[in-house]
Design a protein around this ligand. Structure first.
Ligand code: PBE
Length: 308
């Protein structure tokens, strides 16, 4: 009796196993051109993971979807939701495509690649510029000077972003970074200041810095806020806003400086709107880049292949 039951069970399992093998084989056999094309999109769940709608990279991605004829949804979010989605996909070894940019700490933390962009819808390499309000030079000459001198390379901004990501507090991270980089900071400071010497409490005029909560902008702005406040003694007001409000606020004189103008491409439209009401102090960083970014294990290399 017992033996019989065991036999029936084994036979049933065998039949199931045979069916599932046949089933799988059938599926693979039928996976011709069309279905394989579906599968790239399916692997990405038909989604491109975006950030805040005002970012230049979102507009460039709309153009990209149109120019390459991509049947994908661009998901809005923020820099933080984008990196969270990226992390989750990597933890699960799944395909994911995000709107990404360099400089960004994600390239140090994960093995990633930009998808090639043969149509050039994400522009060429560009610079990150510092822009100030009209009249800053006359009103606060030292502030103007340190803003004009501010410049760093990919290792330096990369370490500032990395500390912020590890510490989880932009203000503390900027203080730590400045303490470790006094030679570079001294090269930005006006006469009479020393990056190794901090003030007890800032008593000079208030300087208002506008920024958007993109990882790179947070690092740029908090490092400059730290320099202005703790080394130069200015009171600093930090205002995180949308990209549009950042440019409008600067043009209206509600803010004194921004450190995250990506030019000539990513913020070209914004600069066209406010260009004659602000002063461009030039690059703090060369070789910035935007595009679509995937984990290195994703088996496509070009935006065109999203359609395959
Ligand atoms: N970013 C980071 C911004 C500029 C700085 C690439 C996300 C943008 O797309 O507007």
């Amino acid at each position: 009796m017992f033996k019989n039951k065991k036999l029936i069970l084994m036979a049933t399992l065998l039949v199931f196993a045979m069916f599932s093998v046949v089933g799988c084989g059938g599926d693979t056999g039928e996976e011709t051109g069309d279905q394989a094309a579906q599968s790239v999109k399916d692997k990405f769940d038909g989604k491109i993971i975006g950030i805040d709608p005002g970012a230049g990279i979102m507009k460039a991605t709309d153009t990209t979807i149109e120019e390459y004829g991509l049947d994908y949804e661009l998901v809005e979010g923020s820099g933080a939701t984008m990196t969270a989605t990226l992390k989750q996909a990597i933890d699960n070894n799944e395909w994911v495509v995000v709107t990404g940019w360099a400089p960004h700490w994600m390239f140090a933390r994960y093995d990633l690649k930009f998808l090639e962009d043969p149509k050039g819808t994400y522009g060429e390499a560009e610079t990150i510029n510092t822009i100030v309000r009209l009249g800053l030079k006359e009103d606060l000459p030292e502030v103007y000077e340190v803003c004009a001198n501010f410049a760093w390379d990919s290792g330096q901004i990369g370490s500032a972003m990395g500390i912020a990501e590890d510490v989880g507090d932009d203000v503390l991270a900027a203080r730590q970074w400045v303490e470790k980089n006094t030679d570079l900071v001294n090269s930005w400071l006006p006469e009479g200041y020393d990056a190794a010497v901090t003030v007890d409490s800032p008593t000079k005029e208030t300087v208002t810095l506008l920024y958007v909560e993109w990882a790179c902008a947070r690092a740029e702005t908090h490092v400059m806020a730290d320099v202005l406040q703790n080394i130069m003694g200015y009171q600093v007001e930090l205002l995180p806003v949308s990209a549009a409000a950042m440019y409008e606020g600067l043009a209206n004189g509600e803010g004194d400086a921004i450190f995250t103008a990506w030019l000539p491409f990513t913020h070209g439209d914004y600069m066209e709107q406010v260009g004659d009401r602000v002063e461009d102090l030039g690059p703090s960083y060369e070789d910035a880049k935007i595009g679509l970014v995937v984990p290195a294990y994703v088996e496509i290399n070009s935006i065109e292949e999203l359609n395959n």
